[in-house]
Design a protein around this ligand. Structure first.
Ligand code: FES
Length: 191
């Protein structure tokens, strides 16, 4: 493939061309006929397929949709759903929005950071766990909230959150007492 061809539908970077997951992104670009207003949808598929949005991937999407790379980067960093770094095998997200913060979610973050030797926003050295924080998941009545591999666990304590993460790391589908569906929010909303 030619990485210098800027025509829509062409110019696949060499590093991506060999990756079978790239076909999924290409299909999505085609499906939306390389329209600039499909940026969110395309990034969504790219994120789900690759697990993160690399510079190479974002540059390619920008070229294909004919939008400035800065716009793609801006969207990718604006929404919590997107991440620019590879995630671990398991994900733990602690809500630090106002309701959860008041119910001491910061203590949960500290406890998880210490117990699993990972800073919020990072992945453990063994690639098993990504710990991150988010501002309000829309389930404030169950604060403080932790989301484990996409499942929301309400009314956590530092102890119960750490125990749930241990279970998650040991098993594929841990049983959790009180769960609600997470609501995707944009950064800055519901704080
Ligand atoms: S502040 Fe945590 S769910 Fe709303």
């Amino acid at each position: 493939m030619n990485s210098t061809d800027n025509s829509p539908g062409k110019g696949t970077p060499d590093g991506l061309a060999a990756d079978p997951r790239f076909k999924v992104v290409e299909r999505t670009l085609k499906q939306y006929q390389y329209r600039a207003d499909a940026l969110l949808e395309v990034l969504h598929v790219a994120q789900e397929t690759f697990g993160c949005l690399s510079d190479e991937l974002m540059t390619h999407v920008a070229r294909q949709l004919r939008v400035p790379p800065s716009r793609v980067y801006g969207v990718a960093t604006f929404y919590h759903f997107f991440t620019l770094e590879a995630r671990g095998e398991h994900s733990c997200v602690v809500c630090t929005g106002t309701a959860c913060y008041v119910k001491r979610s910061a203590e949960i973050v500290t406890r998880l950071e210490n117990e699993f030797d990972v800073k919020a926003g990072k992945t453990t050295a063994d690639g098993k766990l990504t710990l991150s924080t988010v501002r309000c998941l829309g389930s404030c009545g169950l604060a403080p909230i932790v989301v484990l591999d996409g499942e929301t666990v309400g009314r956590c304590t530092p102890d119960s959150a750490a125990a749930a993460v241990r279970v998650m790391l040991a098993e594929k589908s841990p049983a959790r007492a009180e769960t609600v569906r997470p609501v995707r929010r944009r950064k800055g909303e519901g704080q």
